[in-house]
Design a protein around this ligand. Structure first.
Ligand code: PMP
Length: 427
């Protein structure tokens, strides 16, 4: 008889084994109730097991589970497309589906290359786009995502992120610097006529939970348009209310992407992703060039319809904005003057506490020492029954990702627990 165990290749952020979960809480088999400020990496937007999502998925299971959407169409997907259409930017009127964020990224690259007949995709430094080959080739949020995987996809170039904190510049100066670097890239490395798309997260996720300055996004979009390239916005983590607006890019006035991809929060934990673009762009790709066995699964689509209903009915985008402000104010008040912390930031419910002293040559942001502290704080949070994650190329940033249904009391509890966890580590 043989036996198997889970591979150590899966690096576990916590030792928690879940018995059940509801709302903002995970109940462990150890009998403890953990406040879940990870939401499964920004996925359980309506909280764990929202009754409406559970009911919709259960009802759909009894009707049809797997309808294979390029064989037979099903109602939940038609309905999800219609409901999603209410939120998509003007002109983005055509949608297809996959299962994960990485697949949606891959699909968007294929679509952009087919639609433009060009090869290059320009991405932004510290961006995270997934773990499959194309997605990993576009990812610069940490070498661990691509190490040992080469040769990676060709036709990728990366341009600097306007990182005011690390550049030690004002945001305006950092934006001017980063846009000049983008122009320089197109003058020296990739000719503008070869750029199929600029692909960017409207709010950097795994690369550091850093807000992307609107002037930078607007500058990239303007340049993409001028050069006949498409603007792809990866809203996989920042979309669906996470940043206090329905889409992360809505913080930039007037920005309309050519291709928008979404996943994670769209179905409260069921695997589904969407790729949306104007029909003229979709029409330039061969019919049948996209698809897949499981994409647009009926149960996931039904959960997606229920998720959008809950978000709209319960005012969760607004809750994200208001609770995010409360979280930011609470963390800043509680952790003021902790010398090892260099930045506390939040846009909606994408919050981060960054370790490292930006003026120090050793132990600064992204340093090994900063990562050691962030890792200790994240682990110390578990002792406080609070679940958080780290992010950033070295793991030097603790990210706090409550569900969009989080209450004011739960935010206060989370802030108190986080503060105690920090003080235990810092002594
Ligand atoms: N893009 C972004 C912005 C992400 O945050 C992620 C996941 N963290 C992905 C793509 C990849 O998604 P998945 O893990 O579902 O493949």
């Amino acid at each position: 008889m043989s036996s198997a165990s889970l591979s150590p290749i899966l690096k576990q952020a916590t030792p928690v084994v879940v018995e059940s979960a509801s709302g903002s809480w995970i109940h462990g088999i150890d009998g403890r109730d953990y406040l879940d400020f990870t939401t499964g990496i920004g996925v359980t937007s309506t909280g764990h097991c929202h009754p409406d999502v559970v009911a919709a998925a259960q009802a759909q299971c009894a009707k049809i589970i797997h309808a294979q959407y390029t064989t037979v169409m099903h109602q939940p997907l038609l309905e999800l497309t219609e409901r999603l259409g209410d939120h998509l930017p003007d002109g983005i009127d055509s949608v297809f589906y996959a299962n994960s964020g990485s697949e949606a990224v891959e699909a968007s690259v294929r679509l952009a290359r087919m639609a433009t007949g060009r090869q290059y995709i320009v991405t932004v430094q510290r961006g995270f786009h997934g773990r499959t080959v194309a997605a990993a080739s576009l990812t610069t949020a940490g070498t661990k995502f691509s190490a040992g995987f080469g040769p990676l996809m060709s036709g990728v170039a990366t341009t600097p992120f306007p990182d005011a904190l690390r550049l030690r510049m004002s945001v305006d100066e950092a934006v001017a610097y980063a846009l000049a670097e983008f122009d320089f890239l197109l003058a020296t490395r990739v000719h503008p006529s070869e750029v199929a798309a600029v692909l960017v997260e409207p709010f950097l996720g795994d690369g550091g939970y850093l807000a992307v300055p609107p002037a930078f996004l607007a500058g990239l979009a303007e340049r993409a348009r001028a050069h006949g390239a498409l603007m792809i916005l990866d809203e996989v983590q920042a979309g669906v209310g996470r940043t206090g607006k329905f889409w992360g890019h809505q913080h930039t006035d007037g920005l309309v992407p050519d291709i928008l991809i979404t996943a994670k929060g769209i179905a409260s934990g069921f695997p589904i992703s969407a790729i949306a673009a104007p029909e003229e762009i979709m029409a330039k790709a061969w019919p049948g060039s996209q698809g897949g066995t499981y994409g647009g699964n009926a149960v996931a689509a039904a959960a997606g319809v229920a998720t959008l209903g809950v978000i709209e009915r319960e005012g969760l985008v607004e809750n994200s904005r208001v609770r995010g402000e409360q979280l930011l104010a609470g963390l800043r008040a509680d952790l003021a003057g902790v010398p090892e912390i260099c930045d506390i930031r939040a846009t909606g419910l994408m919050a981060a506490v960054e370790f490292g002293d930006p003026t120090a040559s050793a132990g600064g942001p992204d340093s090994v020492e900063a990562a050691r502290l962030a890792g200790m704080v994240q682990q110390s949070c578990i002792d406080e029954d609070l679940l958080t994650l780290t992010c950033g190329p070295t793991g030097s940033i603790v990210r706090i990702i409550p569900p969009l249904v989080v209450t004011a009391d739960e935010i206060d509890t989370g802030v108190q627990r986080f503060g105690r966890a920090v003080r235990r580590v810092m002594g």
